[in-house]
Ligand binder design. Structure first.
Ligand SMILES: [Zn+2]
Length: 502
């Protein structure tokens, strides 16, 4: 037994391949790693202690590959490409995965997603060892317990790799990170390796869509549902009906979409996609501020949340689709000068909706989150975007996942929080001011100093709690109606006008 057998055994044990495949994959791996005889490998390579820890098993192979001049350095880009290529040899072909998924889903859709999620992890497409590095806690706020995460799962590229990346030409293939042509892609300095990516075919609204898990899962079974064609994000009636159609089959998942305009949504606007998964978000547990019983079949709830959310509830999905369409139309034209809500400037639209759908027994629910992306000289990044006093914690866009109460905070915070703690404990604000990483946190530190009697035992929980409160305020910044009464008034007026038209 040697280090090559270890990866083959890992694949058998985790049901990626069968015993019958052993010699075949051993020979394929030998070719990839420039090994003459896969049965006799230099014994200087220490075998992984935990044979089911994919990183340790792959690491020994990376060392072998480097010695055999398969890779010229062990920078993260090259090793990611190589270990993906190793796993690509061991991951079943897309058609096999699709067939297994289809067979299992005849019994129960949950069995099918369990299989596919497990495969995406075992094939190392979802790099669980990196995701486990993320830091997570819950913080009590006026909106209940919000979930705060610091995202440490994306490894930093070394400067050499970044320099190399600059010199490499853009090929334009695959067109984007969400195009279906990523399945099996070999990887370059510009575009990540996707040899172990597998996708599942779906049909939504009579069109071809695909499902895959996110390689950076932020919550359990974080999935991406993307259109087969590379076309821009668009929220319209079809979106609402697609989301509910998805839930008819995947009744154990929620599904939502970012808006179709910049600033108030996700990072990819060029490829139509949704996000789904099997997770209960803080938003799911939020209380109701007011209920409007629109008719016998449909009710509209105003949710008690820092952003403005209308929750449509009905057993009849068409009731929800029709009302969602009317609300979207109404919101897109809505202006309120005194609240700085402008639906358009010149010909650029600013009003948009983040839709989120889920099942509750026989009922469908559709949350419509009202968003606006206007910018001014005072708030150049966005009026309904995290304001500058909170940029020391969060400056990035507030997308679908964060709207639901799960904060994704940048990795830089880890080091910065350590410094904040150090200077607070030493009571040395003057030194903190001189520290580049820490100076932006000074107003926050002074506030904490006056608010709490800080000591070594309580500091950690104070900081965690405080970050939760700041995240709550960040969400509040993104809300268009800051006062509940304004939102309630808007909703009653809207319902009245929709009724008059009907
Ligand atoms: Zn694309």
């Amino acid at each position: 037994m040697n280090i090559l057998n270890d990866i083959v055994n890992y694949a058998i044990k985790n049901k990626l391949i069968e015993k019958k495949d052993s010699i075949f994959v051993l020979n394929r791996l030998a070719y990839l790693l420039k090994v003459e005889n896969p049965y006799s490998i230099n014994t200087k390579y220490e075998r992984a202690k935990n044979k089911n820890d994919i990183d340790s098993v792959l690491n020994t192979l990376i060392n072998l590959a480097y010695d055999n001049k398969v890779i010229e350095s062990t920078d993260i880009v090259l090793t990611d490409i190589l270990d993906t290529e190793i796993m690509a040899i061991l991951t079943p072909m897309p058609s096999v995965v699709q067939n297994n998924f289809d067979t299992l889903s005849k019994k129960s859709i949950q069995n099918a997603t369990d299989y596919f999620y497990d495969l995406s992890i075992k094939s190392n497409y979802v790099r669980m060892n990196r995701i486990k590095k993320n830091i997570e806690w819950k913080a009590k706020t006026k909106a209940g317990h919000l979930i705060i995460t610091i995202n440490l799962s994306k490894p930093e590229k070394d400067p050499k790799a970044i320099a190399l990346q600059k010199n490499i030409k853009e090929t334009g293939y695959p067109t984007c990170m969400l195009c279906k042509e990523n399945e099996g892609f070999y990887g370059t300095y510009k575009h990540p390796a996707r040899g172990n990516l597998r996708t599942i075919d779906l049909k939504l609204g009579g069109e071809k869509w695909l499902l895959q898990y996110s390689p950076y899962i932020y919550y359990k079974e974080h999935s991406i549902i993307f259109s087969q064609s590379h076309r821009p994000m668009k929220i319209d009636t079809k979106t609402f009906s697609n989301l509910l159609e998805f839930l008819e089959k995947f009744n154990h998942y929620f599904i939502g979409s970012n808006t179709d305009i910049p600033i108030v949504g996700g990072s990819i606007l060029t490829h139509d996609h949704y996000q789904a998964g099997r997770f209960v978000f803080p938003l799911d547990k939020a209380s109701v501020l007011k209920t409007f019983n629109y008719n016998k079949k449909l009710s509209i709830n105003i949710i008690n949340w820092p952003l403005n959310i209308l929750r449509l509830i009905s057993k009849d999905k068409n009731e929800i689709i029709n009302m969602s369409e009317k609300i979207l139309k109404y919101w897109k034209k809505y202006n309120n000068k005194s609240l700085n809500i402008f639906s358009k400037t010149d010909n650029t639209p600013h009003n948009a909706i983040t839709p989120i759908a889920r099942r509750k027994g026989d009922y469908f629910e559709m949350d419509l989150v009202l968003r606006n992306n206007i910018t001014t000289s005072e708030n150049p990044l966005g009026v309904f975007h995290p304001h500058s006093d909170k940029h020391h914690i969060k400056k990035e866009n507030i997308g679908l996942i964060e709207v639901m109460g799960l904060a994704i905070l940048p990795a830089r915070l880890l080091d910065e929080i350590d410094l904040v703690k150090k200077y607070l404990l030493n009571d040395n604000i003057e030194e903190a001011k001189k520290n580049k990483l820490c100076s932006k946190h000074i107003p926050w530190m002074l506030k904490m100093k006056s608010k709490y009697k800080i000591d070594e035992d309580n500091l950690d929980s104070i900081i965690k709690n405080e970050i939760g409160l700041i995240f709550y305020d960040v969400l509040k910044d993104c809300g268009v109606f800051k006062e509940n009464n304004d939102f309630i008034f808007f909703t009653s007026e809207m319902i009245e006008k929709i009724n008059r038209k009907a």
